[in-house]
Design a protein around this ligand. Structure first.
Ligand code: SF4
Length: 339
């Protein structure tokens, strides 16, 4: 064989070897993700349990869920970072259900002012296996209880860790068939659209809005400086229409004197006009105070709801009173402890 031909032969061989190795690596990674093949270590370092008294349950009397028992775990990852996960045993229409709230990142980059999870910064994304392990440990601590609903709403922004969040959803779908899966997002339109296009099962989605007025939203959520509210709503509508079984909500956390005025109600009604069939509204009682503003109480939520109706809001409205408050396991209360 002439020398030039020889050289061509070796270059081709080398090229094929590289391509084959990369394909193998990709397949192995995909396999690892979809089968939870590598068992990971996660150390249980703290467990808190709260059992609701009949007195405590009274506030939920008119709501969709009535909490029974909350469990919160602090879990140390292999690299020393400490995250949290919670299990909420609830009754919906008299039937018991177990709701799991898990973390998707070790810390959070987004720094929303009303949330404790980003206060200590961000270290890394969690793997799909680390998400699955949280559910496994919580179920074990709860007496191997059923997994009916999983929320990716603990520490971290799940759509900032899209690949592993989607891999986890696929894994959970196989492990707990029929389980509801929910996730929240601080309002990143391209990620919401990507979720709509890539997720292959019905999803419950909460958009963290908290104000329909750009300047106010920017005061509490740094990400609001980057994306316009209209774009985020458009992406959320796209997600709602992508699968008729998707359930998309706008989450509005109420702070007294900050975002509960008539001007706020009018702006919200205007924003949601025309989305009645696509978006529902959740009015949420915050767990943390923010700046000089106090968290709204139950009656404040009810009265804001009334104002919205008077101003013409047609979207379905639900009130969200988070469980887990006694244990620091309510919305925005998990604290990340970096290594
Ligand atoms: S609300 Fe979500 S996105 Fe915002 S800081 Fe908390 S965990 Fe991060």
């Amino acid at each position: 064989m002439p020398k030039s031909k020889n050289l061509f032969y070796y270059i081709t061989l080398f090229y094929h070897k590289i391509v084959n190795s990369l394909t193998l690596l990709y397949t192995a990674l995909k396999y690892r993700k979809s089968t939870n093949i590598r068992r990971i270590e996660m150390k249980l370092i703290d467990k808190q349990v709260h059992i609701y008294s009949p007195e405590e349950k009274k506030i939920w009397a008119n709501e969709a869920f009535v909490p029974q028992v909350d469990i919160r775990l602090s879990l140390q990852l292999e690299d020393g970072n400490i995250i949290s996960g919670a299990l909420f045993n609830m009754k919906r229409k008299g039937q018991e259900e177990n709701h799991y709230c898990i973390s998707t990142q070790a810390g959070c980059k987004f720094g929303c002012k009303f949330c404790a999870s980003g206060k200590n910064g961000w270290n890394r994304n969690l793997t799909a296996e680390e998400m699955a392990k949280q559910v496994e440990l919580l179920s074990e601590v709860g007496g191997h209880c059923s997994v009916d609903h999983i929320s990716l709403m603990g520490i971290g922004e799940p759509l900032d860790n899209m690949e592993d969040s989607l891999a986890f959803i696929e894994l959970a779908d196989k492990t707990y068939p029929g389980c509801e899966i929910a996730l929240a997002n601080s309002g990143i339109p391209n990620k919401i659209t990507a979720l709509a296009n890539q997720v292959n099962r019905p999803i419950i989605f909460w958009l963290s809005l908290h104000s329909a007025i750009e300047a106010k939203r920017q005061q509490i959520m740094p990400i609001a400086n980057k994306y316009k509210i209209a774009e985020i709503i458009e992406a959320s509508r796209y997600l709602a229409n992508k699968n008729s079984q998707n359930h998309v909500s706008v989450n509005y956390m109420l702070f007294k004197g900050f975002n509960d005025t008539l001007e706020d109600a009018v702006a919200l009604v205007e924003l949601l006009r025309g989305t009645e069939k696509e978006l529902t509204l959740k009015l949420t009682m915050p767990n943390n105070s923010w700046n000089i503003y106090e968290p709204a109480e139950y009656q404040d939520i009810v009265s804001f709801q009334r104002t919205l109706r008077v101003e013409g809001l047609k979207n379905p409205i639900s009130r969200l009173l988070t469980a887990g408050k006694k244990l620091g396991a309510g919305c925005g209360e998990f604290v990340f402890v970096p290594n």
